[in-house]
Structure formats: C-alpha cells, structure tokens
Design a protein around this ligand. Sequence first.
Ligand SMILES: [Zn+2]
Length: 249
Amino acid sequence: MHGSSLGSEFRDGVISVVTEAGGIVVVCLEGEFDLANAPALADQIERAYKDGTGLIIDLSDATFIDSTVIHVLISASKVGTAAGKPVVLQVAPSTNVERAIEVVGLERVVPAAPDRQQARQLIEERRGALEARRDGGADDRLAAHHAVRTAANSYIFDAATQSIGHDMSWEFFCECGDPNCRARIELTVHGYERIRKSRRPILARGHQQDQKVRSRALRDDARALLVQAQHQSRRAKKNVDRDEPHSTP
Ligand SMILES: [Zn+2]
C-alpha cells in the first residue's frame, strides 16, 4: 500500500519525502504520530535514507509525537550513524513537540536544529565527526545502549504523566552507561523533570556515568549550544539589518 516513496497517508499523520541538494533526504511529518503509525514511519525513514547522504527529519508541522516515535527517531539515528549518514531533527521552537523532545533529553542523542538551513549545516558537521571516529565502534555501541535506557525512561515518564497521582514514585532505569547495570531509581514526575531540565543523567546511588557516554553527551550539548548561539546572533543581525534589503539564506 505504501509503495510510493513520495508520500504516504496515515490515520492521523502525513509523511512526505523530498531529496535536497547534496543528496540529503528530508522526511517531513505533519500531524500526530504515535504507536499506530510509528512502524510505518520507521519503514518510510529506512527507505528514505537508503538513497540519501544524510537525513533530516522535519518535525516542524508535527503536532504530537509519543515515546514510540521517539524510539523510531533514536533507532533511525543509530542506523544512520553506523552507516556514516548523519540524522538531524528539525524542530520548530516553542512547540509541544519541542517540549516533548526537551523533556526526554532526545537532543542529547539525536541533534536538533530550529530550521532547515541549520539542520543542513548540522548534517555537514556531523558527517565530519562521523568520519573522524569511523573506528569508534565500541563508543557507538555504548551510546546506543545509553540511548535505549534514556528512551525507556521517557516511556516510563509518559506513563507516569498520564497517571493521576503526580506525587507517586516511578521506577526509572539508571543511565550510568554500564551495559550490565540493572539498577532502578524511584522518582516522581517532578523529580524526573527536574533532572532532565538540569541535563544531568538519572543515576543510582554510587553509580557514575561512563566517561565515554559523558563526553559524548557533553559534545552534543556543546554542539546544540553552538547552534543556538549562531541562531541568536543571526536573529540579532537580522534585527539590525531590518531596513536593508538582503537575500534569503
Ligand atoms: Zn548504573
């Protein structure tokens, strides 16, 4: 049924796929995405970047994504990283989707940009970084393991926020990065949000985040801050140049 690579219609969400200059494939999501259409989305993404040199998943027109979609985005990034094809999210600022992504800390795993131009720029930067650590297989596996834990925690958080008692404690996974760690941490919804907002990992007592996981998280944070700073300076410049004619980027 979904034979066309140009577009597929789902119950609540619409996906369209375009190929841009340099072979970057853009998958645009419009509307709501959840358990019902996440598998079809995964399918579409996989097909889309087989031909591409990098993938931008444009969530600007997505109005809702749940944790199953977040899993799809993480695994898309994992597959892309392994194949040397960077995956970047395009997320409009101050939207429900941006908030959902921020709360689960997704941008620590899959880099995000506020517009298409910066998303393309991020793809180029990531490409360089991927080539530089071609031999970092163990590093990637560790990060993938960490990503799965973080996604699992986001799933628990979803369930917790849908429950009635926000004062209740929920068991979250330790994010120390040790593949053998089975520790759980009891947190309330507010406790979880507080940790995510401060960009700290969720850790069991006495556990420390693995150095490689930590340095990667810091690197991604630094990159996100850089993009943010560039965005702000561009906006400031735009305000200064407001009355002067200038070409679109
Ligand atoms: Zn642990």
